[in-house]
Design a protein around this ligand. Structure first.
Ligand code: FAD
Length: 488
């Protein structure tokens, strides 16, 4: 089928103005967020309804064309870029961006999967409710992408990941059938919970077109503090102390290394760092409560006082206003942007059991220093979830040294993955596998688990046309996959 036939075939389903062919207009959709991978697509297509998604899936399957679902294209593993050696189209749900219904009594919101996360947060707030998923890319990532990566973010400690935040799902399967699981039921024990298969599947089993998400009471009070720590172990003792004193009021517990904040300060001059960088670790604590009269500042002061006495904290700043609280959060939300500008970033998304985090940091620091002594370490993450993002940043302009950078990344990944496996952790806590981590998964995963994942994939997608080459090897590709193509 000629490229022109593809464009007219898809245009007949969704309307010609919602199909973009190769050229400058397609550029933002074929390059990943980090700017490292460039794919090739016959077209970018934007359906306007679940029925159109179903029709275009059937059309693609009938014409042996692979489908790459794409949300906001903010993912960290090039999962939404067509990189396999087969004719592909990118499917974006930008036009499917409405709130379908809200259950006030059931605390649930049903949305199209093309809704931008920040818009869902705003829709919840308008109804005096909270949708708690929160992450740096919330202004552009979409619910479909959040679901497909099982996104985490900064509020997992209290509210859980996307898996825990989802009540129902609507999915267009590779067969074109629509699986309607759009329920707000809190209890349902009728066999297999199939929606969970699609959450975290990174578009390899179908296209998510709708979701029913949990809402929560809107917090009325918050207190934000930044504590300085000499040791990462102190963060966990402080978490235990905070849980005992404050229970469910701990909203976020986010750690940054001094190296991480230095990278932000050097590369993003607009971000204010209102404290001296004189300790190795910085812990951002947010307490929240729904009770207006709750003295959360007092609770925070009490917690930090007890932490000083227990020698867990060497100094702390408690935000005196909402603006100061936002300024402290701004530092945390700038880690990706700041690091991206600092050099070639080899980033990790490991989780390990909570008590193993200090050991994890010690071992990976030593091993990365062995394999790449010039790499700068910047560490941040959700310490309360056992999820640390370790960034090894190789300074300098990398464009003309891509082969060297790829070798360095491989050696660093291997070192980090080995330590993660030794400590019984996961190489991807919240970002997914996509194209970039597939070989790493194959190296560390249990072979039995991997083989059953491949069987599940074949069951849903026997032709291997749904986001081929992501998560699992592209078993049905006719040609060997080319090495990933890089722009940087
Ligand atoms: P995309 O990147 O477009 O796609 C991601 C995957 O989902 C791809 O495999 C794609 O094929 C699939 N997909 C997308 N839409 C659909 C659909 N409708 N149906 C089926 N499959 C689909 N992530 C975190 O978890 N926590 C963080 O704290 C965090 N912070 C970030 C900060 C910044 C500054 C940036 C840039 C990213 C951050 N991320 C974080 C990563 C990213 O934002 C999340 O992975 C997000 O969930 C991806 O959503 P997206 O809409 O951009 O998906």
């Amino acid at each position: 089928m000629s490229p022109a036939d593809v464009i007219s075939g898809l245009g007949a389903i969704v309307g010609p103005r919602y199909v973009t062919g190769p050229g400058a207009d397609m550029e933002p959709f074929v390059v990943d967020w980090r700017g490292r991978y460039r794919g090739e697509a016959l077209a970018v297509v934007k359906p306007g309804s679940t029925a159109e998604v179903s029709e275009l899936v059937r059309w693609c399957m009938g014409n042996d064309i692979a489908i790459v679902p794409q949300g906001g294209n903010t993912g960290m593993c090039a999962g939404s870029i067509p990189l396999a050696q087969r004719p592909s189209v990118i499917v974006r749900l930008d036009r499917m961006n409405t709130v379908r219904w809200v259950s006030r009594l059931g605390d649930a919101i049903a949305v199209d999967a093309g809704c931008i996360l920040a818009d869902v947060q705003a829709a919840a707030e308008e109804r005096n409710r909270l949708f708690p998923l929160s992450l740096g890319a919330e202004g552009s990532c979409q619910i479909g992408g959040n679901l497909s990566t099982n996104a985490g973010g900064t509020a997992v400690l209290r509210y859980g990941t996307m898996r825990e935040l989802t009540l129902g799902l609507e999915v267009v399967l590779p067969s074109g059938e629509v699986m309607d699981m759009m329920t707000s039921l809190r209890k349902d024990s009728t066999g297999y919970d199939l929606k969970q298969l699609f959450i975290g599947a990174e578009g390899t089993l179908g296209i998510i077109t709708g979701a029913v998400l949990k809402l929560f009471p809107q917090p009325r009070r918050r207190a934000v503090a930044l504590a300085k720590l000499e040791r990462i172990e102190a963060a966990l003792d402080l978490l235990a102390l905070a849980r005992t004193r404050l229970g469910e009021r701990i909203g976020s517990f986010e750690i940054m290394s001094r190296g991480q904040i230095e990278v932000i300060a050097e590369n993003l001059p607009d971000v204010q760092i209102p404290f001296a960088l004189d300790t190795p670790w910085y812990l951002l604590i947010e307490l929240v409560d729904t009770l207006e009269e709750m003295d959360l500042d007092g609770a925070m002061e009490g917690l930090l006082g007890a932490a000083f006495e227990a020698d867990l904290v060497s100094d702390a700043i408690v935000a005196a206003s909402e603006a100061q609280a936002d300024a402290l959060w701004k530092i945390r939300h700038s880690v990706s942007e700041g690091s991206k500008k600092a050099g070639y970033v080899v980033s990790h998304d490991s989780s390990v059991p909570l008590e193993a985090q200090a050991e994890f940091v010690n071992r990976i620091s030593a091993r990365i220093a062995e394999v790449r002594p010039d790499a700068r370490l910047a560490i941040h993450g959700h310490v309360g979830d056992g999820n640390l993002h370790v960034l090894a940043i190789i300074p300098g302009i990398a464009q003309d040294r891509m082969a060297e950078m790829k070798d360095a990344a491989e050696a660093i990944n291997r070192a980090v993955d080995d330590v993660t496996a030794e400590l019984k952790g996961s190489i991807s806590a919240e970002h997914g596998i996509g194209a970039t981590n597939r070989a790493r998964l194959a190296r560390v995963a249990d072979p039995v688990e991997l083989a059953w994942m491949a069987r599940v994939k074949t069951l849903f997608d026997p032709a291997g046309l749904m986001n081929p080459g992501k998560v699992l090897p592209d078993a049905s590709a006719r040609a060997e996959e080319a090495p990933l193509r890089s722009t940087a």
